[in-house]
Design a protein around this ligand. Sequence first.
Ligand code: G6Q
Length: 547
Amino acid sequence: MSNLTHSTAWQALSAHQTVISKQALRGMFRADPARFDKFSLQLEGLLLDYSKNLITEETLALLLNLARQSKLDDWIARMFNGEKINTSEQRAALHTALRAPRGTEVNVDGKDVMPDVHRVLDHMRRFSDAVRNGSLRGHTGKPFRDVVNIGIGGSALGPLMACEALKPYGSAQLNAHFVSNVDATDLAETLKRLDPETTLFIVSSKTFTTQETLTNADSARAWLVKHLGAEEAVARHFAAISTNLTATSKFGINPDNVFEFWDWVGGRYSLWSAIGLPIALYIGMDNFEQLLAGAHAMDEHFRETPFERNMPVIMGMLGIWYANFFDADSYAVLPYDQYLQHFPAYLQQLEMESNGKRVDRDGHETDYATQMVIWGEPGTNGQHSFYQLLHQGTRMIPADFLAPLASHNPMGEHHAMLLANCFAQTEALMLGKTAEEVRAELMAQGIGDEALESLLPYKVFPGNRPSNTLLFDQLDPRTLGMLIALYEHKVFVQGVVWNINSFDQWGVEFGKQLAGKLLPELQGKQHTSSHDASTNGLINHYLARKS
Ligand code: G6Q
């Protein structure tokens, strides 16, 4: 048994689970009319209602004991202070510094990183203003109309999600596009719609060695040069964001268009850095700074607030409750906001790449579960497909429901309907429908005894299915910043309790090596026998069909 599962706090939760699992949320609400007030929190315009969880005040106290036992407060201080908490890569994890206000001091290796952070933000402002006001133009003198971000994973998902989420703040003159996949279809379908004279490419890559990104960037450059008939056009139509300035200059990017960031910014935590340039171009730098300010407000909340009222701590510990004491293995994120359509995909990377690990900080395999599978789709669409399983499947799937109180697109009764669906779903998941209720319903419909009894089991809903609801006034840049930072810190809390390093990603690095190794075999003609039978079979089938 590991120290964690052996610990008093863990054992107390285990014992408590057997008590709670016999109780029903219905009853808990009936017994305590103040449950919403007890189990909800507010930060500015963001409300977290966590009352529809399988918890009592005692549960919460026990969960927070576990957080304390894990020395969460020390870890929070270590992260914010720039300690090298990403031990397997010997790096700090300082995304919080990227959104700290001017005048703050944050040291890494004895050097204050904040002047560099603000130097790059100033550069982003100059560049995005110039592109947006048309003073920076393409090779033929036309203003830019389309920005294509070429990047993958952490160098794409954040900006893609944020540009979609903040569309109401987006420029009418400038469109943002995202090309990630090495499948040429991604680039080809994007370029089909674009005019090379008015297209700006941003090559986003922390390492500037990622196969997909460099391949797409080469092909985009060839397209541009072919259509504009001049190699010099590249200097005006390409910008780069990277920690690897040698590689960007080798690619031929004009140094004035290179935006730097640093190894203490993890890919999936990088949208606050220069990686956010497509966001700044699309919504303007003032709005981008609002996004940073929202995240900073959440940072301050996370750092300063006692655990009992700390949103990321509460959300993180509830996740631990279900993953480790109820054996939940997946978690749904269900935004009732079309603009948040990419939010579940963004969180998939943030959560699963950070905490999808089975070896703890001491190098031992864990004897407890870690990250749950994260998935989701915007409501109400999901209600017409997978919600069936949420209501009546055999698994417990905790869920976060997110919704704005006001729509950017007020139209008839749409928004009231949207919210009615959101609230009705969490209520139904919690309450379920008992056999008595179903019987009464069927009798009222005049269904005869025999038919009624045979139909009854299918119409019963067990309920007791937990959810959080996050409500916010409207999805604006500041609120989005708060939301993203809330989930970043929730992930951190869980990583601390699970005693894992949330900031490395050896599984992703492994994938990068593998593709490079196999490529020459597909490019050649030689029959292969160096792999397992399945892989040999697939390669040889491809080679035979190719020729
Ligand atoms: C993020 C991961 C990964 C990374 C991509 C792109 O945390 O490390 O998703 O962002 O593999 O890497 P580059 O930015 O180096 O191209």
